[in-house]
Design a protein around this ligand. Structure first.
Ligand code: SF4
Length: 331
């Protein structure tokens, strides 16, 4: 471990020494494209080349910190295979009908043998074009399909990398123009579990706090997340809250994740047994009258039914299912 740390430190020091000698032509503010923490980046550019990435210390989310992805992971920008202009199939650009058969890369004859290049139509080729041509092609074809097959033929899948405003416009276009509710988003897939739970528990499926508020918590319960790997800067804030401000961290996860080293307790439950463990915790909270009644009175509904549903979830019952000792659940 020590060796790995030292070699990493050497690399950073070496890079900083070199990059600090270079004066940037411009510094461009941006947002890290990698994870949902959304750290602020400052891209230092010289001769159209990003030679250094920093972050301002007054950035509310990451306060100048960046993980290895945000700090160094930008070489993809200069990859020779990166697509930098719109591409369209040749037959679309030339206004030809869709060619029969499969595209060139998969072309095989009826006996399953590859067809020599010279015999294959190049109508499937991807050809570089300008944005206006590409947008017109897309718009014309969407309208053509809608007129031919109606609303049920239309669907859109929005992108988590796009802004809220872009996603709003896209769903609006499909609902208002193409009269369809076939609108989906990759966030629904990634967060299907948490969306349903948050919606039912707190009435909104959005994140309940901002990333910059993480450090203000007194207690963290980490479950189903390897925060240090998935959202490193959030994990950094959690570690700071524990080490500087005395917050308590409890990890409920089968894996011995990095945050366990910063935790008061680690409950290594069997995979898929989270519900009995959390229900048993709620059972103890009710039985030992640790409930925040003020909160329950003002902010909840159906509390009595919830309490009834907890009856069988004693810590011993949860221990049997999850393997987590009953006395740890009681703590
Ligand atoms: S935590 Fe790392 S990957 Fe995520 S936004 Fe910040 S720098 Fe990027």
């Amino acid at each position: 471990m020590r060796g790995a740390f030292l070699s990493g430190a050497f690399m950073v020091a070496n890079l900083q020494t070199n990059t600090n000698r270079v004066k940037a032509d411009k510094v461009v503010s941006s947002t890290c494209p990698y994870c949902g923490v959304g750290c602020t980046l400052q891209l230092h550019v010289k001769d159209d080349f990003i030679f250094k990435v920093t972050s301002p210390f007054d950035s509310p989310v990451n306060q100048g910190n960046l993980c290895v992805k945000g700090r160094f992971g930008y070489d993809f920008i200069y990859h020779p295979k990166r697509v930098t202009t719109p591409l369209a199939r040749r037959y679309l650009l030339e206004g030809k009908p869709k060619p029969q058969g499969r595209e060139q890369v998969f072309a095989v004859s009826t006996d399953g043998k590859p067809i020599p290049d010279s015999q294959i139509s190049n109508d499937w080729d991807w050809v570089e074009t300008d944005w206006e041509t590409a947008m017109n092609l897309v718009a014309d074809n969407l309208v053509r399909i809608y007129k031919r097959d109606g609303s049920d033929a239309m669907a859109v899948y929005c992108c988590a990398k796009a802004t809220n405003e872009d996603n709003y416009l896209l769903q609006k276009m499909y609902r208002a123009l193409f009269r369809t509710n076939n609108v989906d988003h990759c966030t629904r897939l990634c967060h299907a579990g948490s969306v349903v739970a948050l919606q039912q528990a707190v009435g909104s499926s959005a994140m309940s706090n901002t990333a910059s508020q993480v450090i203000m918590n007194d207690v963290f319960i980490v479950t189903g997340s390897n925060t240090s790997e998935n959202h490193p800067i959030i994990a950094l804030q959690m570690k700071e809250a524990v080490q500087k401000y005395g917050a308590k961290c409890i990890v409920v996860d089968p894996r011995r994740i990095d945050l366990v080293d910063f935790s008061e307790m680690w409950l290594p439950l069997k995979p898929g047994t989270n519900v009995p463990v959390f229900s048993a915790m709620a059972h103890v909270i009710v039985k030992e009258n640790l409930v925040n009644w003020e909160f329950v009175k003002n902010r909840t509904e159906g509390f009595n039914e919830f309490v009834e549903s907890l009856e069988k979830f004693t810590p011993e019952y949860a221990q049997e299912i999850s393997g987590v000792p009953a006395e740890d659940i009681r703590k």
